[in-house]
Design a protein around this ligand. Structure first.
Ligand code: ZN
Length: 186
């Protein structure tokens, strides 16, 4: 079953290339001009948005995620619960599984997750279990999000691991994809 997931759900990056844009390095992240729409998006967020668009084209809610380790994208995935008949096949879960498989380990210490939408409670839980170091998400999700909304998973005293969290880069693009998707289906 997992083989199927990896083949169809999460596109493993066969030949990871160096991410050229170093602007997303964690050292600089806090100082980046979030909210400046003309600021070039860091490459991983651009890739997460491309994944989101792929999901939308396939009739899935357009959400995409990538995992980066040492400046290299090691996994990319998009939302696929319909195609995989799997309610847990969110972009983050698929990207985390693919990254763990690529590294051959159960934890993703030192890895960053870039995702187009604020993670839900399930995905926030997966991020904790994976020991993801930093989470970058584009748009917020007041209804389904569980980072700065709802369960606020990382803020709970029982949370075993708290990643650094940065939000807002690519927000407009991510929200546009979601709005367009749901508008078409009304
Ligand atoms: Zn989720």
């Amino acid at each position: 079953m997992f083989d199927k997931l990896y083949q169809e759900g999460a596109a493993l990056i066969d030949s990871p290339g160096e991410v050229k844009d170093s602007a997303f390095e964690s050292d600089n992240a806090a100082g980046m001009a979030f909210g400046m729409t003309r600021w070039p998006l860091p490459e991983p967020m651009r890739m997460a948005l491309e994944q989101a668009a792929c999901a939308g084209d396939a009739g899935e809610v357009p959400i995409g995620a990538v995992v980066v380790k040492d400046g290299v994208v090691i996994a990319a995935a998009h939302n696929q619960p319909r195609a995989l008949c799997d309610p847990t096949a969110h972009a983050e879960v698929l990207a985390i599984r693919a990254a763990a498989a690529a590294l051959g380990q159960e934890r993703l210490e030192g890895c960053d997750l870039w995702v187009s939408l604020e993670p839900c409670a399930m995905c926030a839980g997966a991020i904790v279990h994976a020991r993801i170091a930093r989470v970058y998400y584009a748009a917020t999700d007041a209804k389904g999000g569980a980072v700065e909304h709802g369960a606020r998973v990382f803020d709970q005293p029982t949370c075993l691991h708290r990643p650094e969290v940065y939000s807002g880069m690519g927000e407009a693009e991510a929200a546009d994809l979601l709005r367009g998707f749901f508008r078409e289906r009304r």
